[in-house]
Structure formats: structure tokens, C-alpha cells
Design a protein around this ligand. Sequence first.
Ligand code: THU
Length: 142
Amino acid sequence: MLLEAAAITEAAQQQLVAVAQEARARAYAPYSRFLVGAAVLCADGTVFSGCNVENASSGLTVCAERVAVMSAVAAGRRQFEALAVVTDAEPPASLCGACRQVLHEFAPQATVLLANTSGNVIITSAAELLPRPFGPDGARGD
Ligand code: THU
């Protein structure tokens, strides 16, 4: 699916949330029963989605946001404009700390849409979610 990359219009936001909601339907969450869908809009307009994938060994669970970001990176994308997350939580759930850190690695300026199945959306950003971050620059050994 292709979306406009230049500006994140309201229509593009709605489309990204819709893709995240579709991905939520594929969540594998038999333990928590908390279904999460995510979608990342790349700078070239492509969109990658993810859902949470739990495991009987609970520490191996992977969040929807990281599945989306890792899928995009594995497909050769490293620049992201926006990330949408959909749950049924009210207010809409935010990203866990691990996902904030992973998003910061590639998209410190990204818009983040926290949405729920009732249609409520909170618009925030990667920068707002992770103040004073540890990032790629600080980790380089040179
Ligand atoms: N979860 C996500 O997918 N994203 C988050 O940002 C927070 C939590 C998932 C992990 C687990 O499958 C379930 O929600 C309950 O923690």
C-alpha cells in the first residue's frame, strides 16, 4: 500500500490507523488477550504493519510496533514519517519503553498516532515519547 510521504495529511493518518487496525486482527495474544496493531509509514510512502506476537515463554513476546518497524527495516526502509498503534484501550494505549527506544533509532522525528477501536486518536511524536534519548550517535565507538 502506498501513501503520500511528504506531508502527513489527515487522510494519510486515517489510512495508517486503518492499516494498523487490520494488523490488530492478526495479533497472537492468547495470554494477555490484549490485541495490538501497528503500522509504520516510510519516507517513500510504503507502509509496513505488525501485530503483537506472544509466546508461552512470556519474555519472548514481541510488541506490534517493533514487528512493524523490524519488518520495514528488513525490507530496506530506515526512514519513517509516522507510526500508528491501535488497541481497544480507552484512552488509547501508548508505546512501551522498548518500542520507544526502537522507534527513536530510526525515526526520532516521527509522528505517532495512538488510536483505539472507538475511533479516538492521540497525536504525539517519537521525541515527545522519549525525552533525553540514548541514540545512535551516543552508541558509536568513534
Ligand atoms: N504490547 C504491544 O504490542 N505494544 C505495546 O507498546 C505495549 C504492549 C503487547 C505486548 C503483549 O502482547 C500485550 O500487549 C500485553 O502487554
